[in-house]
Design a protein around this ligand. Structure first.
Ligand SMILES: NC(=O)c1ccc[n+]([C@@H]2O[C@H](COP(=O)([O-])OP(=O)(O)OC[C@H]3O[C@@H](n4cnc5c(N)ncnc54)[C@H](O)[C@@H]3O)[C@@H](O)[C@H]2O)c1
Length: 393
């Protein structure tokens, strides 16, 4: 990833919640970013707090997040606690005019979504939800390919058209179908992720991606079959009849690519394979395969794309079998964490839009809640006027 020269004074940042996400991504990414200066670390776990402060050389620490929000020098705060802390923190940050980058899920119920929307809109604070996958280079390229094709969908000359002029135009010809398959391994999850389940913990990322690829289409109904803890399929209907299918399994294995997105639209297929490669078929002039390196410097391979992933999986298995260590997989793909936070820094300076603003975050979170409702009822639920009324708060 390229770090541009930046002549402006670095923004002062605090991190609240110093667990796996903060120490795996946000803290190192803030330290690496010349636009940012890490001033505060906050965690209720005092042992973790002092260890991390020492490790990263951070002088200001606290177990009380209000200390961070009361610091007049702080420009924005990254909220990386579990979802047990959201609305109350964001309202207080809004009162004190601090920007907020909040990890997903943005909220846990519709009242909290409404409160966050009102607080952010009324105060005008810079705000971003950590749906970082939309900032990964692979997703950005796939979206750009789709949008270019949507603007000028030219049927390739080799495509068989049995009926040519006899064929009636049908509405389905304008549909976009999005399929997202998540292959996850239950053994790797933290205890708290079982409490509220993976629809709440994880699916905001993928619902956000489905909405992104659907563009101007609006969700109208959601149907989930399975258990909201894991092993479910979410079906989202959009207002023109387009469908997104999000299939989640916890019975999988992480030595196989975790996330596959397939988008079909007007005779084209765009696939994003584990953020490591994008494949395009049916669109003339587009390369079949684009590859994206892992940001993990431990990867030792000349292979590219999904082959590089298999090679790094092989290396992980070899290392673990030798050492019985419990680290995450070598070759973690580029999921856009750095770029998402970097664009938010530019947003705080007033130089760029938020990479995921409060309305997109609120809509996705509302869809997550509707998915949980559908799962409980065993029935499709409408995403309609009641939800849009909350989103208009
Ligand atoms: N964007 C992504 O790719 C991604 C990946 C993993 C997790 N997440 C999200 O990040 C968040 C954190 O996940 P994690 O895996 O780091 O969890 P974690 O349990 O490892 O860390 C959470 C930390 O927050 C601290 N904490 C809890 N309440 C606090 C409070 N009131 N004040 C200060 N600190 C408090 C805990 O002590 C803990 O250290 C979750 O919302 C999760 O869904 C996002």
């Amino acid at each position: 990833m390229t770090e541009q020269k930046d002549t402006l004074k670095p923004l002062q940042v605090g991190v609240v919640g110093c667990g796996a996400m903060a120490t795996g991504q946000h803290i190192p990414n803030i330290i690496k970013n010349p636009r940012l200066k890490l001033k505060w670390l906050c965690d209720i776990n005092t042992q973790m707090l002092s260890e991390k402060a020492k490790q990263y050389g951070v002088l200001h620490t606290t177990t009380n997040y209000s200390d961070v929000l009361n610091d007049t020098e702080i420009d924005f705060v990254v909220l990386a606690t579990t979802h047990s802390l959201r609305g109350q923190f964001i309202s207080e940050a809004a009162e004190k005019k601090k920007g907020v980058y909040v990890e997903k899920p943005m909220a846990v119920n519709s009242r909290e979504i409404g409160d966050i929307l009102k607080a952010v809109r009324k105060s005008g604070i810079p705000f971003c939800v950590g749906h970082n996958r939309r900032s990964s280079p692979a997703v950005k390229d796939a979206l750009a390919v789709l949008q270019k094709y949507e603007a000028n969908p030219k049927i390739p000359s080799w495509r068989l058209d049995r009926n040519s002029w006899l064929r009636p135009q049908i509405p389905e010809e304008n549909h976009c179908q999005v399929l997202i398959r998540i292959n996850d391994d239950i053994l790797t999850w933290k205890p708290w992720s079982f409490e509220d389940g993976m629809i709440l913990n994880e699916m905001a990322h993928f619902i956000d991606l489905a909405n992104l690829f659907m563009g101007v289409r609006e969700p109208v109904n959601i149907y989930v079959m399975g258990s909201s803890r894991t092993d479910f399929t979410i079906l989202i209907g959009y207002n023109d009849g387009s469908l997104a299918t999000l299939a989640h399994s916890g019975c999988g294995t992480l030595d196989y690519p975790k996330e596959l997105i397939e988008i079909t639209y007007k005779g084209a297929m765009i696939a994003v394979d584990h953020s490591m490669e994008v494949r395009v078929s049916g669109i003339e002039g587009e390369p079949f395969r684009r590859t994206y390196p892992s940001p993990d410097t431990r990867v030792r391979t000349d292979k590219k794309g999904i082959e590089a992933f298999y090679e790094s999986a092989r290396q992980t298995i070899q290392e673990r079998t030798k050492q019985h260590n419990n680290e995450i997989f070598i070759g973690f793909p580029e999921k856009g964490h750095y770029a998402h936070l970097d664009q938010f820094a530019q947003c705080v300076r007033g130089l760029a839009p938020s990479p995921c603003d409060v309305l997109s975050g609120a809509k996705v979170t509302m869809m997550v809640l509707k998915a949980i409702e559908s799962c409980k009822l065993g029935l499709p639920v409408r995403f309609g006027p009641d939800e849009y009324q909350i989103l208009s708060l």
